[in-house]
Design a protein. Structure first.
Lengths: 263, 331
């Protein structure tokens, strides 16, 4: 058990909306998909799990330690976080960006040693960015940028990895590439949690799913237990159909056709 | 080796420090300077050791400090137009200085120090504290509030200054106007020592976070994810930069443009890595102000121009040029 959230409640100032989750556990070797409609609290939950937001109530434990009491640098050695919006104010090379992920291991001046360099090389290889490492960020496509930032998070050598919409605004090719990459990371022993609005990808690649709605957990478990007709009806009303993926036994959703069929 | 340029600028800084004191309305011979050290008390040696050297040191350190603070503020507050005085520090210290100048019972002198400097530091500290309190949030400092509060406090201070101007004695007005132009005259070693603790503490705090500031360029969340204590960095940069600026402004008045332009020029020369930008800004800013001050001392000799006039007249056009060049590159 790498990351554990217990009795977490969060309320923003001047708002009735509340996130409330009794327990969430992230195990090593596991890919957890966090899904749900917009405004369900997916990103808020992930930011709480990453220690960026301290919840109004409840506790987050990272390898048994209270995350809010851990120093950020120490926490970053076991916990990686990739935010949804990526930005940069100056045009770094991919390798320099990946090197910035070594921050929690470096001294004040940030000088890198041989171990740091080999960790950077490894993270570039994992993210499939080795051949592009001398490119600058402005010369990369959207999918390559995501992977470049992912390489910087991987360079932290985290045991738990939290990603907020890593496939947002990417085409299908890159979406599949990133999810299979995350799956491989989980297979090699990391704990991975992904927030995504793409239920099909989450169903296909995740070991566990958490379905959030209005700040509450609607269902938690294996994809086949979570994506049932009843739950989908509660969440989306009658606008989706459920099918089985042609390759593996995982549920797949299709949007309903509500127009006239004679057109 | 990425620090090569920094070392080069450091050498230029030392050369400037060694060369500039020899330039001035009185030409001074090397023998006079050396003989003064041997204790003959000739007036030229005295001018060199007790007027020019402290003045050049002040110019080097004040210009360096303003540029380094500007380089930090522009990155941490994510705004290329920020300079050390944007945070209302100059407004607060100008008000403090004017209070001391215009109200006779507040003008006290102790040796080389006067209540003008003391109240200028107090005014700067008060406006810094107020801005800090206003922009503090649970998630850290709100950069937008910080800038707005800084500008608002500057406006309130200038309103108060206008009121005092209306009521004050004409003699006080002349002194105050002179203070507002910024200048490096009437400085001795004791004043230099008086402002060095503020400066050393402030600049030290900024240098301490040089590498952390690089990470802020990736956004607060990414930086926090990498393990950077973003809130602490913001606070320390605000505090360190504010204190260093307060120290400078209390001694030399508001000297514009150095803290705005030098960081931009430095980034063109050494790139964006704050570990190189901060020391380079310090060296080049110091050199620039020392040269401007030399021009101020010699152009209209024996009269002196306030150095603030020179930095604004040279700095303004340079900045416009930088802006135009930047736009061309974006196209």
């Amino acid at each position: 058990m790498i990351l554990e959230l217990q009795a977490v409640r969060h309320r923003f100032q001047n708002s009735d909306w509340e996130l409330s989750l009794d327990r969430l556990v992230l195990e090593s070797g596991e890919l957890l998909g966090i899904i749900g409609p917009n405004g369900a609290g997916k990103s808020t939950l992930l930011r709480i799990a990453a220690g960026l937001l301290s919840p109004t109530q409840g506790i987050v434990r990272l390898e048994g330690h209270d995350l809010s009491r851990l120093n950020r640098k120490t926490a970053a050695r076991s916990l990686g976080y990739l935010p949804q919006d990526l930005s940069w104010e100056y045009d770094l090379t991919v390798e320099a960006l990946a090197g910035m992920g070594r921050y929690p291991y470096l001294n004040l001046l940030g000088t890198m040693g041989a171990t740091d360099q080999s960790a950077v090389d490894r993270s570039l290889r994992l993210a499939g960015m080795e051949s592009l490492k001398t490119r600058r960020l402005s010369q990369l496509s959207g999918g390559e940028k995501k992977r470049a930032f992912l390489a910087s998070v991987l360079a932290q050598a985290p045991r738990a990895l939290l990603l907020d919409e890593p496939t947002g605004a990417l085409d299908l090719h890159h979406q599949v590439q990133i999810f299979s990459l995350l799956k491989n990371l989980a297979r090699s022993g990391s704990a991975v949690a992904v927030v995504t609005h793409d239920i099909n990808l989450a169903s296909l690649y995740s070991d566990k799913l958490l379905f959030l709605r209005c700040g509450q957990s609607l269902a938690w478990g294996e994809p086949r237990q979570v994506l049932t007709k009843e739950i989908l009806h509660t969440a989306f009303g009658g606008v989706v159909l459920m099918d089985r993926h042609p390759e593996i036994d995982r549920p797949t959703l299709l949007p309903r056709f509500l127009g006239s069929k004679n057109e | 080796m990425k620090y090569r340029k920094v070392i080069l600028f450091g050498i230029l800084f030392l050369i400037t420090a060694a060369a500039v004191p020899w330039i001035g309305s009185e030409s001074i011979s090397v023998t006079a300077v050396i003989r003064f050290l041997q204790g003959d008390g000739n007036p030229y040696g005295s001018i060199f050791w007790f007027q020019r050297i402290p003045r050049v040191l002040l110019a080097l350190f004040a210009g360096g400090a303003l540029s380094m603070v500007g380089a930090c503020f522009q990155v941490v507050f994510r705004n290329p137009l920020v300079e050390p005085y944007t945070l209302g520090v100059s407004g607060g210290s100008a008000l403090g200085a004017f209070l001391a100048i215009s109200i006779p019972s507040l003008w006290i002198t102790w040796g080389p120090f006067s209540s003008v400097q003391a109240l200028a530091v107090l005014g700067a500290a008060a406006s810094l504290g107020l801005i800090y309190a206003l922009s503090r949030r649970r998630e850290g400092l709100s950069v937008t509030t910080l800038l707005l509060a800084g500008i608002t406090i500057s406006i309130i201070c200038s309103g108060a200054i206008l009121l005092l101007t209306y009521l004050a004695h004409p003699n006080a007005l002349v002194i105050f106007q002179r203070w507002m132009m910024g200048g490096l005259d009437i400085i001795g070693y004791r004043e230099l020592l008086g402002f060095s603790p503020l400066l050393l503490f402030g600049l030290g705090l900024l240098l301490f976070h040089a590498n952390d500031m690089n990470h802020l360029a990736l956004g607060d969340e990414m930086a926090q994810g990498h393990g950077v204590p973003v809130r602490r960095v913001q606070k320390h940069v605000f505090l360190g930069g504010g204190l260093a600026t307060a120290g400078v402004v209390s001694l030399v008045g508001p000297i514009g443009f150095v803290g705005l332009i030098v960081p931009h020029a430095v980034r063109r020369l050494v790139g964006f890595d704050q570990r190189c930008v901060l020391p380079s800004s310090f060296f080049l800013g110091g050199i620039l102000l020392a040269l401007c001050d030399t021009a101020a001392r010699t152009l209209l000799a024996p009269t002196e121009l306030p150095v603030g006039i020179i930095t604004a007249l040279i700095g303004g056009p340079l900045f416009i040029r930088l802006l135009l060049r930047g736009q061309e590159e974006k196209r």
